[in-house]
Design a protein around this ligand. Structure first.
Ligand code: SF4
Length: 169
């Protein structure tokens, strides 16, 4: 009998590999910010899939200065995000077709590429998805998968939302 878990959560690449984040961005201790999310996923026996990092792959390097969403919002970067979102959506659909279930897709709030609900810009706070996430969401509209934004500063709220999603799945 196979004991493999049939549930999946897709996470941003930097959730498990913080070195992918832009220079100077890693402010919150890994132990307090990310570990509880990873522990919860492991304890609940969820398969964790890392999505590509739109910014590092665009720059062909892990080293980059932080940039706001307005600077990233170019035709070329958006094209890059469309290609990555298409690939990621294909992966999600292959999992679904195989009879498994993607129960959530996680983003990182405040990221120009991966935020789910909000980002600070030079015009103040904007309620919107990041450039990669919005394209992924468009691709997966029919799958009806919840997108959960991780707020690294207030991790408890994100944790609660994830736990609720897992329990209801
Ligand atoms: S683009 Fe996404 S995966 Fe890459 S560092 Fe930013 S939040 Fe993480």
């Amino acid at each position: 009998m196979s004991n493999r878990s049939k549930k999946f959560v897709f996470v941003p690449l930097c959730l498990l590999a913080q070195a992918y984040q832009a220079q100077g961005i890693v402010k919150y201790e890994w132990r307090s910010s990310i570990k509880p999310i990873v522990e919860l996923l492991i304890n609940k026996d969820i398969n964790i899939v890392q999505m590509p990092c739109a910014e590092a792959s665009y720059n062909n390097s892990l080293i980059r200065e932080p940039k706001g969403i307005i600077k990233y919002d170019t035709e070329e970067f958006n094209k890059h995000c469309v290609a990555l979102a298409d690939e990621t959506a294909k992966q999600v659909k292959n999992i679904t077709i195989s009879g498994y279930k993607v129960i959530a897709i996680m983003g990182i709030e405040q990221s120009p590429s991966c935020c789910v609900n909000y980002i600070y810009t030079n015009k103040g706070m904007q309620n919107r998805m990041g450039l990669f996430m919005e394209k992924l969401k468009e691709n997966l509209i029919e799958e009806n998968i919840p997108f959960i934004g991780i707020n690294r500063k207030y991790i408890k709220k994100s944790l609660k939302e994830l736990e609720k999603t897992i329990n209801e799945s």
